[in-house]
Design a protein around this ligand. Structure first.
Ligand SMILES: *Cc1c(COP(=O)(O)O)cnc(C)c1O
Length: 227
């Protein structure tokens, strides 16, 4: 695993170099969904500092057993409002906020926990009906409302393009997310800087970095195929 992680870091560095970006502006989120605790530990010991989880129940168990490790937990899966309570307790960043209803519930729970919850807005950039996320056309409205929720801090946008064997085919979706971010930034209140772009996975993270990703969510390239 150490070798794999070294290799990914090198590829991140090279992708950043290609487009004149500082590699330290790209954070690697190790996606540990369905991966057993011992392997997650191994990844932490190999230097991973941000873990991405998709399922609340699974994340709670892992969190309890890995509580002594100095890692940051990010939620990247689909989140139902009735799980907001747990999400706020466990996660430093929630990548998948896709409705005002969910945002309000997260805000309420964050208030209870005296916490400012960092969130990203998930965008359905490809408009596939199977994908969750807000339509690009509705993001500004959503952000206008979410920025009144005092215990939430909107840090940026997240997307998952359709799956392609050729990562170049994902590029237009990544650049569309960046362009959308740039447009919203101009129209949104100045305190909403939207610095984070969560995009890119095992198959396409280099292209995502070239298009401005600041958070790449990588599972398979670190842990191998999930069972
Ligand atoms: C599983 C998952 C990933 C990681 O995918 P890999 O192809 O294994 O790198 C990234 N983002 C989300 C939202 C996921 O669910």
């Amino acid at each position: 695993m150490v070798k794999r992680i070294q290799n990914i870091k090198k590829r991140i560095q090279e992708a950043a170099d290609r487009c004149g970006r500082d590699p330290s502006t790209v954070r690697l989120v190790a996606v540990s969904k369905t991966i057993p605790i011992d392997r997650v530990k191994e990844a932490i010991e190999a230097g991973m500092t941000v873990l991405g989880e998709n399922y609340i129940q699974e994340a709670r168990e892992k969190f309890n057993r890995l509580a002594t490790y100095p890692v940051s937990w990010h939620f990247i899966g689909h989140l139902q409002s009735n799980k907001a309570k747990y999400a706020v307790r466990l996660f430093d960043m929630i990548h998948s906020v896709d409705s005002l209803k969910l945002a309000r519930e997260l805000n309420k729970q964050a208030q209870k926990n005296a916490k400012i919850q960092n969130i990203l807005i998930q965008i359905n950039i490809s408009k596939e009906s199977s994908k969750s996320g807000v339509d690009a056309a509705n993001v500004l409205d959503l952000i206008d409302q979410v920025c009144h929720l005092e215990n939430l801090s909107v840090k940026g946008l997240m997307t998952m393009p359709p799956f392609f064997n050729d990562p170049e085919k994902a590029r237009p979706y990544f650049s569309a997310l960046r362009n959308l971010r740039d447009r919203i930034r101009q129209a949104a209140p100045p305190e909403i800087t939207l610095d984070e772009l969560s995009m890119g996975m095992t198959g396409d993270f280099e292209v995502a970095i070239e298009e401005g990703a600041t958070l790449v969510r990588i599972g398979t390239a670190i842990f191998g195929e999930r069972r």
